[in-house]
Design a protein around this ligand. Structure first.
Ligand code: ADP
Ligand code: ZN
Length: 737
């Protein structure tokens, strides 16, 4: 009998490959990384198991073992196995997602190399004239080093100097002008936070009930899932905090997942100031910082991990509780392999590790709502706001019967009146629009030509401040066209409006108001958030114009009016979740109003005022919305009724894409019946050409998810990508675009 190891490499085939163990003394335990030959390459994979076989014929030998102790535990390997099955990809591909880059690369994240100038030699060298090109770069590096005599991290120095390789630094070290020094990392991600220890308030009755149910589940040390449905401002976070406390008291760890966009200093502060045992796994951290947080969790010196979706893989030992705040957010779904949904992974991990899972939202996803209706998870409800502040009054204004005013026709007269009224009362206004830029569409008045991005079949957006046009899909930017590229005519019509234009219009209408904007564009600077929040809190801002970003999680008591400039942007998207997303967005936006002493009101501008998404959002009636929407879903067989897989075929040459998608469809159809799967398509994607890629898709639908898994396994060969054509298989797709 011969012993072999199973190795999961980061490639699509579902199952691991077998190898002879490497010739080393250490034991290749499951969960260790190992380097193996793979065709002409070598790959790093994970040992997933060991077996004995009769014959090792044709098996290659693994090259080297990279860990003496497993860096992944048995439960993580099992989770990866289940995820690979569910998300129709390789175990090795899943395992890739489990480790932060800093750990994968083998950087232990404990120290960083700093570069320091040797003085005065460095200053003298800089003063002497050097001209050749390569020397220019060295001069720049020297200059930067001298500017930072306290030392710069080597990587930072290279980046600032625009150096593509390390060699100029090496040359300067050899010349005795620079030295390096390794320093321990004290990655302090809390540096900018306000950490006055906060105390728990006395919980309200509904909060108490919810917290008790969750704490009981934590005490039981058995898996249990909850949906915490609480209106905005009902105090869900205090319920989480109470459950976390219980979890820590029982010496178990916890994971808190929040959408990236809500991972603000405000949020982190609320958790950190209560417990001080928090590791933050933010995507803005450097690899080394993230690796360090990971290690703190691994070592058990931090018990709570907070982060975006990938934090579900945090190495929290003795996991007792997982919380997903804003569980309906689609950022919990990863858009590349492994295409997991953190909500489903959380529930799966909870089952594996006997942990309690809490899904919290004011607007639960229909998946979670239906799961609660079926009794798969327990429903906890908090229908009123803390301190009895009433929910804002939401009105819908029919734009068909209004004559819009202002530049771009942004405002209904009603909204203008309400804004004026609010300003007169020295209260704050939030104007919401989910589109960035100034104009969102450029068209030739003579021939009707629309200026689309050349690499994407979508219109270019005009940014006035920058004086440029930009493609939101590929990032292409250019100067705005002066004449039509088709008919050479000069008269180009800039139409459609985004937040920049709204800001502009507001300034024109209300010249005395202090106006600020919050969108991806204006928030790029590092501490922009902190400054904006301070100004809002201190009443230095009268009108805030914002996108999505402003809709989520802002808690400013001075805001008493919210105007939704154009609600229909999300409703008209050709996606079966369009109504759900619109309802969620309207509810989230409305939740920003009237969080203080004074009542809030919301005005939604729409051309389809009778749509049930608006009517129910205006009435704060999630249940009626859910009932109506679920009825549609049941009829059309969309989730939560049945499961979906989206097969996306893309490539640079349209003919080849069409040919290939037809072949894929044939293979799927030939096998679909036997598995009870319906095949829809192929059809061009709504975004049919993005980043120079032509895109077509096929939708697979089945009552049971397993049917989809079996079908995809069956036709695996037909679904392989090659050099020209990419075939992407997306289970539970969150976007149909
Ligand atoms: P949600 O997350 O449900 O929107 P939050 O947890 O942010 O609600 O709570 C809304 C506001 O009410 C916060 O300012 C919070 O500090 C406050 N709050 C929550 N629970 C209580 C309580 N029991 N007593 C007093 N204030 C509370
Ligand atoms: Zn583009």
């Amino acid at each position: 009998m011969i012993e072999v190891i199973d190795v999961a490499v980061p490639l699509p085939p579902r199952n691991p490959f077998s190898y002879l163990p490497p010739e080393v003394a250490a034991e290749p335990l499951p969960g260790c990384r190992v380097r193996v030959p793979f065709g002409p390459r070598t790959l790093v994979g994970f040992v997933t198991g060991r077996r004995t076989v009769e014959s090792a014929e044709g098996l290659k030998r693994a090259i080297e073992l990279l860990d003496t102790e497993p860096i992944l535990q048995a439960q993580q390997l099992e989770l990866a196995r289940r995820m690979a099955r569910r998300y129709l990809c390789g175990i090795g591909e899943v395992l890739q997602a489990f480790l932060p880059a800093g750990i994968k690369k083998g950087s232990r994240g404990r120290s960083t190399t700093f570069v320091l100038p040797v003085r005065p030699a460095a200053d003298e060298a800089l003063a002497s004239s050097l001209t050749a090109n390569r020397e220019q770069l060295r001069r720049e590096i020297l200059r930067l080093a001298i500017e930072h005599p306290e030392g710069l991290p080597r990587q930072t120095l290279l980046r600032l100097a625009g150096a593509s390789s390390d060699s100029p630094v090496k040359t300067l070290i050899k010349a005795g002008l620079l030295v390096t020094e390794r320093r321990e990392d004290e990655a302090d991600v809390f540096a900018h936070l306000d950490l006055r220890q906060s105390r728990a308030p006395k919980l309200m009755r509904d909060q108490e009930r919810a917290a008790e149910a969750i704490c009981r589940a934590v005490d039981s040390e058995r898996h249990r899932g909850f949906l915490l449905h609480g209106v905005t401002g009902s105090g869900k976070t205090e319920v989480y905090l109470a459950a976390l406390r219980r979890c820590l008291e029982r010496e178990r760890g916890a994971i808190v997942l929040v959408p990236e966009i809500s991972l603000t200093p405000q949020t982190i502060e609320r958790f950190e100031s209560r417990f001080g045992s928090v590791a933050v796994l933010h995507s803005h951290l450097t690899d080394a910082e993230r690796a360090r947080q990971w290690q703190l969790l691994r070592a058990g010196s931090r018990r709570i991990a907070i982060g975006p979706r990938s934090a579900i893989f945090a190495p929290v030992d003795r996991l007792g509780l997982v919380i997903l705040d804003e569980e309906h957010e689609n950022t919990f779904k990863q858009q590349n392999t492994p295409r997991y949904h953190a909500r489903d992974v959380a529930l799966e991990r909870g089952r594996l590790e006997s942990a309690t899972v809490v899904l919290g939202s004011a607007t639960p996803s229909l998946e979670s709502w239906e799961a609660a209706r079926r009794g798969q998870i327990d429903l906890l409800q908090m229908p009123t706001r803390v301190r009895e502040i009433p929910l804002p009054v939401v009105s819908v204004v029919d734009m068909r019967s209004q004559r819009p005013t202002g530049p771009g026709g942004v405002f209904s007269p009603l909204l203008v009146n309400w804004i004026r009224d609010t300003l007169d009362r020295k209260e704050q206004v939030l104007l919401f629009l989910n589109r960035r830029g100034y104009n969102t569409n450029l068209m030739c008045r003579a021939c009707g030509h629309v200026f689309n991005c050349r690499s994407c079949d979508v219109p270019l957006t005009f940014y006035r401040e920058q004086g440029r046009v930009l493609c939101h899909h590929c990032g292409h930017t250019a100067r705005p066209p002066e004449r039509c590229s088709e008919c050479r005519h000069h008269d180009i019509h800039f139409k459609g409006f985004g937040t920049e234009l709204v800001e502009h219009a507001v300034r024109r209408f209300f010249p005395k108001a202090r106006v600020a904007r919050m969108d991806g564009e204006s928030m790029r600077k590092r501490h922009a958030h902190t400054e904006l929040f301070r100004d809002l809190r201190e009443g230095e801002i009268d009108i805030l114009v914002g996108t999505q970003m402003a809709a989520k999680g802002l808690d400013f008591p001075g805001i008493t009016l919210i105007g939704v400039i154009s609600a229909d942007t999300s409703l008209l998207i050709p996606d079966f979740r369009a109504a759900e997303r619109t309802f969620q967005l309207m509810t989230q936006v409305a939740g920003r109003a009237g969080r203080g002493q004074r009542p809030g009101r919301v005005l939604i501008q729409t051309y389809t005022p009778d749509h049930y998404a608006y009517r129910t959002a205006a009435a704060h009636d999630f249940e009626t919305f859910a009932e109506t929407e679920l009825e549609y879903r049941r009829h059309s067989g969309y989730p939560p009724f049945g499961s979906l897989v989206r097969v996306l075929v893309q490539g640079a040459e349209e003919d080849r894409v069409i040919e290939r998608v037809e072949k894929v469809a044939q293979a799927l159809m030939a096998a679909a019946m036997a598995h009870g799967v319906t095949v829809l398509g192929p059809a061009p994607c709504p975004l049919a050409f993005i980043k120079k890629q032509h895109r077509r898709h096929i939708l697979l639908r089945a009552d049971e998810g397993e049917s989809l898994e079996r079908l995809v396994d069956d036709v695996e060969a037909a679904l392989r990508s090659d050099r020209k054509i990419q075939v992407l298989v997306d289970r539970d797709p969150s976007s149909m675009m």
